[in-house]
Design a protein around this ligand. Structure first.
Ligand SMILES: Cc1ncc(COP(=O)(O)O)c(C=O)c1O
Length: 394
């Protein structure tokens, strides 16, 4: 048995992914033997090294206010250098309370009501809600699909930016929901269009740690001149499944941009870290690289099972999951919407998948499958989905 086969008690943990009431609210009358493959949360126990550091803190027994001590900055600098081959300076790093809430603060820092932001769609839905919740308009730049892979249409992007004059572009790299890894050249083109038109580029790299095909390129690899216009947001939350600790950070090279951004954080008292969040980040970055390698191999094994399953059905196809643990499956030939499919699968098979229409725009033909779970769950879900497909194709 591989250590990732171990199933932690996620029901008593009270995580959203496994909570029957939350699930029934979202998916309807689901039976109790459901298999949740929806929200981006992995079912693997944290690395032993992180567990031990948490236990040490618990044994100390005091949880007073802490601060961003040097080990936090060193861990980020070393991680970015060793894993992504980029140089980051201490003063460029700022603690934040989760990448999603930081998207909201970024909009608050750089936009006022009635302004616009732009994003490539489909995309992770908080990219849209962070703007809409503050009265900021959202311009959708549709990704082109060529041979089952997403591409940015730079001409349309430039035209839309010139026409709508957004203040920010929210850029998901690697891309959720497809896992697409962007090349340095593609990112430079995006950054150039943004810079020439006075649009700050917000790059969300939280999915950078699960790489399966190809190599991840950090946004920090684009030309220095273009980097002046970039705010990078990331966290170990996807890589090591620490999302509930609500700890993340930003990297901003340009001092002026950084000051505006930091002022907004300070205005909201985003200053000292969560005691466990900072320990989790430091330990996972410094000591858990083998764990990450192992989990990535495991996820890739799950992906290969799904890929073989999809290939059995001529009315299904999928994008190659270059990164993340979220597979993007095209169901447009099935003759039902993604919503109908995910609702029926949930109630008839107990398999809970994410309906692609949640990903702002342009996701209606897709479902997203979370493969960050034990192999046993993947095999059982695929068996149940086989039964569903056989009945469906009759
Ligand atoms: C693109 C993207 N950004 C951010 C997050 C959440 O990050 P955090 O836990 O740091 O808020 C997710 C989670 O699914 C995500 O897919």
């Amino acid at each position: 048995m591989y250590k990732f086969d171990y199933k932690p008690d996620r029901v008593n943990e009270k995580c959203r992914k496994w909570d029957l009431n939350i699930i029934r609210d979202k998916f309807g009358d689901v039976s109790e033997n459901f298999i949740p493959m929806w929200i981006a949360d992995m079912d693997f126990k944290i690395p032993t090294e992180v567990e031990e550091k948490f236990m040490d803190a618990i044994k100390r027994g005091v949880f007073g206010y802490t601060y961003c001590y040097d080990e936090f900055y060193d861990a980020v600098i070393n991680w970015q250098k060793d894993m992504h081959n980029v140089d980051v300076k201490k003063e460029e790093i700022t603690l934040t309370y989760g990448t999603v809430s930081t998207l909201h603060y970024t909009v608050q820092a750089f936009c006022k009501e009635g302004d616009s932001i732009i994003l490539n769609t489909p995309v992770y839905d908080p990219f849209e809600s962070c703007a809409k919740k503050q009265g900021v308009n959202v311009i959708s730049n549709t990704l082109d699909v060529i041979d089952n892979r997403y591409y940015i249409n730079f001409e349309t992007l430039e035209t839309q930016i010139k026409e709508h004059k957004p203040k920010l572009m929210m850029f998901c790299t690697p891309h959720n929901p497809s896992g697409r890894i962007w090349s340095v050249e593609e990112m430079s083109k995006v950054a150039r269009i943004c810079k020439d038109n006075g649009v700050a580029l917000i790059a969300d790299e939280v999915h950078a740690e699960h790489i399966h095909y190809g190599e991840f390129n950090s946004i920090l690899k684009i030309e220095d001149e273009l980097l002046e216009n970039v705010i990078l947001l990331t966290s170990p939350n996807k890589g090591f499944n620490l999302g509930g600790l609500k700890t993340s950070y930003s990297i901003v090279r340009n001092k002026e941009l950084r000051t505006i951004f930091k002022n907004k954080l300070q205005q909201n008292s985003i200053t000292s870290p969560n005691v466990f969040g900072i320990i989790g980040l430091i330990t996972s970055y410094n000591e858990c690289r083998d764990w990450l390698k192992g989990v990535n191999e495991y996820i890739k094994g799950n992906y290969e099972l799904l890929e073989a399953w999809v290939n059995k059905y001529k009315n299904l196809s999928m994008m190659q999951m270059e990164s993340s643990y979220l597979a993007w499956v095209n169901i447009s030939e099935l003759g039902m919407t993604a919503k109908e499919l995910t609702d029926r699968l949930a109630v008839e098979s107990g398999v809970l998948l994410e309906d692609g229409s949640h990903f702002v725009n342009d996701g209606d033909d897709y479902i997203r499958v979370n493969l960050g779970t034990q192999r046993e769950n993947v095999i059982e879900a695929l068996n149940r989905m086989d039964k569903f497909m056989i009945n469906f194709n009759k």
